[in-house]
Design a protein around this ligand. Sequence first.
Ligand code: NAD
Length: 478
Amino acid sequence: IPVDDFDLVIFGGTGDLARRKILPGLYRRFCAGQMPETARVIGAARSDHSTEEFRQMVGDAIREFSKKNECEEEGIGAFLDRLDYVQVDARGEGGWDDLKAKMRDDVIKAYYFSVAPSLFGDLAERLMSHRIADPDARIVVEKPFGRDLESARKLNADLARHFAETQIYRIDHYLGKETVQNLMAVRFGNILFEPLWNSQYVDHIQITVAETVGVGGRGEYYDRAGAMRDMVQNHLMQLLCLIAMEPPSRFNPDAVRDEKLKVIRALEPVDHHHIVRGQYEAKGEEPSFREDVGDPRSRTESFVAMRVMISNWRWAGTPFFLRTGKKLRARTSEIAVVFKDAPHSIFGEEAGRHANVLSIRLQPNEGITLKVTIKEPGPGGMRLIDVPLDMSFAEALGEEAEEITDAYERLIMDVIRGNQTLFMRGDEVEAAWAWTDPIIQGWELRSDVPKTYDAYSSGPEDAAMMLHREGRRWREIR
Ligand code: NAD
């Protein structure tokens, strides 16, 4: 079903994110027939390009990053015809009137800020001072949304000076993933799970986001951020909220976001004994983290594992273990709900005992699986084995670029539809920083040095020990 007609301006339209994710994502929506015939995408950036050059750049990006060539060359041409380009400087006055002249009346207008966050305030201000944005205009902002509570508050205030909260779409592409929404369908569309979804039946929950890549070309940024700011404060926190929140009364933006906010506010401060930070070491020809960021004394973490508790009736006593890192054994994102053992085994201990595990896998192979116990087939007597009950019909997704684009596609269409459910609200982001800040400050005060770990391992030994001490263990990263 096509969305309403729109003009979408991408500030930073020539940048890496626009070329790898946003524009190929739009192209795929175009191929799917979701873009109305007259909808337009306007690239806006500081560099000087003709519209023709911009189209060429986007065509190359689509061929490179949109692996499944949905509507072939002919379709690419038709999509490129929708594109326009204007040179603007976020910090200067040049180009803004040209942009205004290109915008149509009576269509939805969305402005994607795919630029450094230090430019968000300038863009918001100029969209208003040049009378470009109308009261229904939407702005989309990328991560990182601040580096601590203070800077996030300032960003929120800079945007709020010109735009209402209902106009601001803070992207967290994890929320755009099919399985994340499927998680909500499984939780709230079935009667089976919700009665068990509490500390009486759940032993613990694990959230893992493991990457195989190192910091790549983003060394300078990453050395100032670290895994806590780059991944935990946003992506892992959002996943934690969706798994732990109370059922919202409706699947609408504020009902969902109110419940997520309550989870963040109920998080207990984390004692430093319950956190392990790590840095990857060199492997063969490949550099260590410190070499990658160009600082031989860097104390930034490329890995963090932590035990988080939620102070409310539902979750008191159930630990949530979060773990994320770079250069780990495999690229995988997974949430696992590990249920308690059955209270009594009628088959005797020799039959084996198995806990049910609900695993929600975001990548690779998006899907939801429930591990259940059955009898081992055959005449060998009553022996119990585990089998996976597969609850997803999403096809196994292949290439990395396609998965991510998928999330971006969905989210951009939600912006045009005016649906904020899968976007972070300003108070959520601030609450997440308010919880994260003391942890990071604690490391700084103690001059905490991360443990080292072998590249392509499961992380520092201490992370395994953290669970081992309490008779639990991490799920394998694979
Ligand atoms: P980039 O450096 O590749 O591109 C920056 C873009 O901003 C360019 O188009 C440039 O022309 C434009 N720009 C810079 N200064 C400008 C100015 N004064 N006025 C107008 N335009 C200006 O950056 P990127 O990697 O595309 O990242 C963009 C944003 O998205 C950043 O906030 C980044 O943190 C975020 N982000 C990027 C990725 C990614 O994979 N690249 C992922 C998540 C979030």
